[in-house]
Design a protein. Sequence first.
Length: 134
Amino acid sequence: MTDTDIKKGLAGVVVDTTKVSNVVPETNSLTYRGYPVQELAANCSFEEVAYLIWNGELPTTEQLATFTEFERAHREPSKAVIDALTSLPTTCHPMDSLRTAVSIMGAEDPITAEASAENLPTRDQLLTMSQDLM
């Protein structure tokens, strides 16, 4: 491999394809499931966007209520997560704290490593719990 074979930065580098998000170079924007993130940020709650990402469509009022109830019932971090976060230096960057918490939550749940439709509620739980950790 020569230096000319190595791409610098990430411009033009494709690592995978996804139906969830898309970068639109012409408008310099990002979409989730076809919706511009700017519109989602201005008009939707965190729970609505999380539902959209996991389910492919924005929720109805009833779907949002069910999803929010599930998410709120599973927000409480474990003692291990709380202990780890409180033991971090106060100068720790918030993203480092979040990464640590999510790693512990994943380690505590043995099925989160299985990328199957049956495990979506567990992975969903990790995503939404991480909101409260910030």
